[in-house]
Design a protein around this ligand. Structure first.
Ligand SMILES: Nc1ncnc2c1ncn2[C@@H]1O[C@H](COP(=O)(O)OP(=O)(O)OP(=O)(O)O)[C@@H](O)[C@H]1O
Length: 333
């Protein structure tokens, strides 16, 4: 186990800088999720930690030691990929044992470590099978097993669940979280899925176009987004963004007023809007409305709260303590 430090990390491909300077200290045993939309640089950042990409500027340290110039194999990390990267012609046992064999680990120790990991991952009955004889979830577990047997200082995950169907993804997410807690291995996990980030992370890095817009614990980021981008990306449906002018006491320089859908209610008076359509999700309903200027807003309410008729005139209310303001640059006022 180890700390991982990112110190002024930049990455340039050709003449294009895609990572513009990332700083972060990751504690021993921490589960860090790097989250952001497609193309923001998540994988590139992870691959620099892994040693699969060179670092253009800055320093990566694992366990306090600078690793910029070390080969991936010499970094004492294990990576779990989206496509599992299993050898199709090898059994589950051999897939899990492969890295240890290459490293010259004695046979008896390999067997012990593989069996231990297989038990932990409930793969004991499948050790003789080939990957194609396994379900997607089981294959993902084998990929995890291969990482675990090496007892690395850190796990690096690159969208490991994105090939699984929605239900399995939820189940595997829980398994990964429990496993990581149990093993206590420092982990960096890349995903574009904000729900995955919220549920897995001790802390998350929300990336926006090659920058870390915000680093923090999930609920802290949710409650206190520092930029309009973060407020819109974390949370589903996203935060409502209304013209700041709706508040008579908006701070100087404020352009946008943000309110989460669950903090907005339909009331007898308040900001006028028109009900557009209702989305019943079962336990709750999303009521979509348009303000006079055309701004769309969403109210999240319990299923038992009466719904407006589509096209009806409605009024929106929210508490002053539940709103936040952003300036023209999208930064929190
Ligand atoms: N080998 C490369 N050569 C040139 N540009 C690259 C290379 N790899 C990545 N990029 C560019 O760097 C930027 C970040 O890519 P990266 O794959 O890290 O994003 P990402 O956030 O992981 O996206 P996704 O979720 O789609 O995988 C993108 O603009 C991409 O086009």
């Amino acid at each position: 186990m180890a700390t991982v430090s990112l110190d002024g990390i930049k990455k340039t491909f050709g003449k294009t800088e895609v990572i513009h300077g990332i700083d972060m200290e990751i504690e021993d045993g921490e589960f860090i999720v790097i989250v952001g939309p497609s193309g923001c640089g998540k994988s590139t950042l992870l691959r620099m930690v892994a040693g699969l990409e060179t670092v253009t500027e800055g320093e990566v340290r694992i366990g306090g030691a600078r690793v910029n110039d070390r080969e991936p194999m010499e970094r004492d990390i294990a990576m779990v990929f989206q496509n599992y990267a299993l050898y199709p012609h090898m059994s589950v046992f051999d897939n899990m044992a492969y890295g240890l064999k290459i490293a010259g680990t004695p046979k008896a120790e390999i067997a012990e470590r593989v069996n231990e990991a297989a038990a932990l991952l409930q793969l004991g009955d499948y050790l003789k099978r080939r990957p194609r004889e396994l379900s997607g979830g089981q294959r993902q577990r084998v990929a995890m097993g291969r990482a675990i047997v090496r007892k690395p200082s850190a796990f690096l995950f690159d969208e490991p669940l994105s090939n699984l169907d929605a239900k399995l993804r939820v189940q595997m997410r829980l398994e990964i979280k429990q496993l990581q807690r149990r093993l206590g291995v420092t982990s960096l996990y890349v995903t574009h899925d904000q729900v995955e980030a919220m549920t897995l992370a001790d802390r998350m890095i929300v990336m926006n176009a090659g920058r870390a817009d915000q680093i923090g614990a999930p609920l802290e980021v949710y409650a206190n987004p520092q930029t309009e981008f973060v407020a819109g990306f974390i949370g589903s449906p996203p935060m409502n963004f209304l013209p700041a002018g709706l508040a008579t006491d908006a701070p100087e320089g404020a352009k946008t007023l943000g309110v989460r859908p669950e903090n907005m209610v339909l009331a007898g008076q308040g900001t006028a809007a028109t009900a557009i359509y209702n989305e019943a999700l079962g336990a709750e309903t999303l009521v979509h409305v348009d303000l006079a200027d055309g701004t769309r807003a969403t109210v999240r309410q319990d299923a038992n709260v009466p719904l407006p008729t589509e096209g009806a005139a409605v009024h929106l209310q929210w508490r002053d303590t539940d709103r936040i303001f952003f300036d023209t640059e999208g930064r929190r006022c």
